[in-house]
Write a protein of this length. Structure first.
Length: 290
């Protein structure tokens, strides 16, 4: 049985850890509230803009040559895994890395390039054999539209110039505090809605002014930048939700461990007291025997 000093040190250590996890849970909750507001406000706008874009581009029928929708024989693939800069958020980062490896396996035999966003993805992929684009790994240091737009423009220009034939975003999509879904999203080329006969839900007839070509030329780049921005916001909200959940579980586990340690401490203390009493009684009996 452990001695009292060891058990007491363990109790103090677990108590300190519990205070840290409880504080990190509160910080994550505060950050989550702001991050959740941003993605909730952005998501309807992004979805509607993408829907309009897909409908217009699908109805173009060759009128407009959309550079970002060109489907080529896939030889060069760019994968953009989006993780966090920090850990202590459960399987948040490892799930993205696993999904990225699945995408790499799906494109076996192709030239793979990785553009990691977030220090955790950067730390993992810099140990791998794939070429890296590391200029945008620190986007989470300043989550504003301008630096994220620059990253999106870099990817879009590289696709148009033929450097990459297929671009995939891998990130956690925020559902709620306890649920984040790993998404493997085709960023480029943009997908088109195929005609489904008389189904007006998928195809809508828009009145386009001044012209379809002009609207597509203006709308497509902006829609792609918004889509990239939404992925970053989704990942940011998911990170704080995952960290809040992980720290909540860690705090609960620490409480259970403290309960067990205090029980061990009390039993050890009682055993020590009993031994002392027995030694005193034995000493008294020995003196009486003389």
């Amino acid at each position: 049985m452990a001695n009292l000093k060891e058990v007491k040190e363990r109790i103090n250590s677990v108590s300190s850890t519990q205070q840290i996890t409880k504080a990190m849970k509160m910080v994550a909750a505060a950050k989550l509230r702001r991050a959740q507001e941003k993605i909730v406000q952005m998501r309807p706008y992004s979805q509607k803009l993408t829907s309009i874009l897909n409908n217009i581009s699908s109805g173009a029928e060759g009128v407009a040559d959309i550079a970002y929708a060109q489907e080529r024989s896939v030889a060069n693939v760019l994968i953009v895994p989006i993780t966090s800069d920090k850990g202590l958020c459960g399987a948040f980062n490892s799930n993205v890395i696993k999904a990225s490896n699945v995408v790499i396996q799906d494109h076996e035999g192709k030239a793979i390039t990785v553009m990691p966003i977030g220090k955790k993805a950067m730390d993992f992929f810099k140990k791998q054999e794939y070429p890296l684009i590391f200029e945008y790994a620190g986007l989470f240091e300043n989550i504003t539209f301008d630096p994220i737009k620059a990253a999106a423009e870099f990817v879009m220009d590289a696709f148009v110039n033929g450097e990459y034939d297929h671009v995939v975003l891998v990130y956690n999509q925020f559902k709620n505090v306890a649920t984040q879904l790993v998404v493997k999203e085709q960023f480029l080329p943009i997908s088109k809605i195929e005609s489904e006969g008389d189904d007006n839900k998928s195809q809508q007839d828009y009145i386009v002014e001044p012209s379809r070509d002009y609207i597509i030329e203006e709308l497509v780049p902006n829609s792609l930048k918004i889509q990239f921005y939404k992925a970053i916001l989704d990942s940011n909200a998911s990170e704080h939700g995952a960290r809040m959940t992980a720290m909540s579980k860690a705090t609960d586990n620490a409480a259970d461990l403290l309960k067990d340690l205090k029980l061990v401490y009390n039993r050890t203390r009682q055993a020590a007291i009993t031994n002392e009493i027995l030694e005193i009684v034995a000493g008294a009996n020995a003196l009486e025997g003389k």
